[in-house]
Write a new protein. Structure first.
Length: 601
């Protein structure tokens, strides 16, 4: 039977049907490709992850770090007992490299969390997870002097930052945590006294995290900024949800934020809290880390606050006791899970860049400072160049915490470290968090940026821990920067830098007179035939931690620095010329000659 539909019309119908079928097939293919390009942590996706991968070049340094904690006499274990699936138990803790006894060797102070929030008072007081002060013996070993120093205390501890807040000549200790923060005055005889109440820092309960010292008004005394994290005043019963991989009790999005604290130093041993008055309380932010750093070039430190699952904030110091929020203008209002922060001039263009660690699958952020590169009408402006310079895709599978720029091979270019560890619990054991490998990046040049050298950096980097705090110092004074890492519910790790390098170096230790004694905020500009390096004392944070206040410059093959320019927080400027490499020089504000540090000084 012949069709009643005319031949021409039948051809049109078939053509239309075939076209529709083709469109459906193409659409299904595109949908399939898009679905398969959706990134799942740990999954290798052709065209998404592999296109940003980079093999190590032939000139990569022979980098090596070895964990020598046991050999050095450091026996530290973070946390005690079993965690109870509460966020207050999982976020810490930090570490600081400091010279508490002024003998020129970097000592070590480690914060601890006493244990689960439902501990009895008796269990809390007997917890072996207490703070630890290790005195550097100057021979590659340390002695635990916590008890005799008066720092044998227990807290649900988070951060520690040190500065000579009263300009007594000895560096003092601030500890943050869940509950109340605590300030300890260094008595100068190897002991410390709790002065929290008399200094005006007591009576403020909260969940406090990162902290930083900085002289915001240039009056010669360091002020204190402390980030508030979450409103966590009722301890939840977690028995019914502890088996979940991410129960609500460890999810920061479940809890309201609390404001930050800003303590103005009155110059008489006391502080006045002025966060709201100065405009830096940030009650909408869930703060985890903060840095005082002069990003706007007016010789006054600005504030950058890294917030978890809320916008990060950059406050410009206006010089009159007030601050202006310029986060959006500068393009650094980063709404991700921000934890750690590094500050440094990675490309030698004499402005400071920012690196922020994030939660899994969010990528770490690398804010390249473009103020000096583009016509921004005098406005501070950053661009996230993480993928462009090798720091984005490589972080997708990790939850990042402590981080810092440091020149581990002394080639004159700041390299980068990131401590990693999950906030999710193990499915088969909810009492433990999922461990991860830490990461180490080598800075090759301004065009290519960073190469991850984790795989060749030593045995420690092949092991998985739940990393949190971390900081660097040259603890054995051999010209190579070492690291200490705090792992949640795990051992403290002292990584000695054993990188084979013939490159030269220079270290600078400053003491303020008109400026604050710790010289926090002082700017250094080192000029050599290899280029220019800039640093600001005390202006590189990490996560809940403090790096050494001794400034370290890698010099590559240069044997002499042409000029060292210093601008002190007081405004005084000094120049030193013709400085030989491979030594530590000591400079006091206002004195035009430096001394060379030697053991026993």
């Amino acid at each position: 039977m012949k069709s009643s539909i005319p031949r021409r019309k039948r051809k049109i119908i078939w053509s239309t049907l075939l076209t529709a079928l083709f469109v459906i097939i193409i659409g299904a293919f595109i949908w399939y490709e898009e679905e398969n390009e959706t990134y799942i942590p740990g999954q290798q996706v052709e065209g998404l992850t592999s296109r940003l991968a980079r093999e190590l070049p032939d000139d990569v340094p022979a980098v090596r770090f070895e964990n020598i904690a046991e050999r050095a006499g450091i026996d530290f274990k973070h946390f005690y007992g079993e965690r109870g699936s509460r966020i207050t138990e999982d976020m810490g803790s930090g570490v600081a490299w400091i010279d508490y006894n002024n003998n020129g060797f970097q000592d070590l102070f480690i914060v601890n969390n006493a244990g689960a929030m439902d501990m009895t008072k008796e269990e809390f007081e007997k917890s072996p997870a207490r703070m630890a002060l290790y005195r550097n013996n100057g021979d590659g070993t340390f002695s635990d002097v916590t008890e005799q120093a008066g720092l044998d205390i227990r807290m649900h501890g988070m951060a520690t930052v040190w500065a000579d807040y009263d300009n007594s000549g000895y560096i003092d200790c601030l500890i943050t945590g869940y509950g109340q923060n605590r300030l300890f005055k260094n008595n100068g005889d190897g002991t410390f006294t709790d002065v929290t109440e008399e200094a005006g820092l007591g009576g403020v309960d909260g969940f406090w995290a990162g902290a930083a010292w900085g002289d915001h008004n240039g009056n010669g005394y360091v002020d204190l900024y402390i980030t508030g994290y979450l409103s966590y005043f009722e301890i939840p019963d977690v028995e019914e949800i502890a088996s979940l991989q991410e129960p609500p009790s460890i999810n920061p999005s479940v809890f309201d934020p609390i404001r930050n604290l800003f303590y103005r130093n009155n110059g008489d041993g006391t502080f006045t809290e002025i966060a709201e008055q100065a405009g830096v309380a940030n009650p909408e932010g869930k703060g985890l880390e903060v840095a005082w750093v002069d990003l706007t070039g007016n010789n006054l430190p600005d504030l950058y606050v890294a917030n978890d699952v809320t916008d990060n904030v950059l406050y410009r110091n206006l010089g009159d006791g007030n601050f202006m929020n310029i986060s959006y203008q500068a393009k650094v209002a980063d709404y991700r899970g921000s934890m750690g922060m590094a500050v440094g001039d990675w490309d030698g263009d004499e402005d400071l860049d920012l690196f922020i660690t994030h939660w899994i699958a969010q990528e770490n952020a690398f804010y390249n400072n473009l103020w000096s590169e583009e016509d921004s009408d005098g406005m501070l402006f950053f661009r996230d160049d993480a993928d462009r310079y090798g720091l984005g895709q490589s972080s997708l599978d990790y939850v990042g915490w402590a981080t810092f720029f440091f020149d581990f091979d002394n080639d004159g270019r700041p390299d980068l470290f990131v401590a990693n560890g999950h906030t999710n619990q193990k499915r088969n054991n909810p009492r433990e968090l999922i461990p991860m490998n830490d990461q180490l990046y080598w800075n090759r040049n301004n065009e290519e940026g960073f190469y991850e050298v984790t795989a060749i950096a030593g045995d420690y980097f092949q092991q998985k821990y739940t990393g949190r705090g971390g900081a660097y110092a040259d603890f054995n004074n051999n010209g190579l920067l070492d690291m200490f890492i705090v792992n949640h519910n795990g051992p403290g790790i002292l990584l000695e830098n054993q990188t084979r390098s013939a490159n030269n170096w220079l270290q600078v230790q400053l003491t303020g007179t008109e400026s604050n004694r710790s010289a926090i905020g002082a700017k250094l500009r080192l000029v050599t035939s290899g280029g220019v390096q800039i640093k600001q004392v005390g202006m590189q944070p990490s996560y809940l931690s403090q790096n050494s206040l001794v400034q370290h410059f890698g010099l590559n093959n240069v044997s002499r620095a042409d000029t060292l320019y210093i601008r002190w927080p007081s405004g005084l400027e000094q120049n030193f010329t013709g400085i030989s490499s491979n030594q530590r020089i000591m400079i006091t504000e206002g004195i035009d000659e430096y001394s060379i540090w030697q053991p026993g000084m």
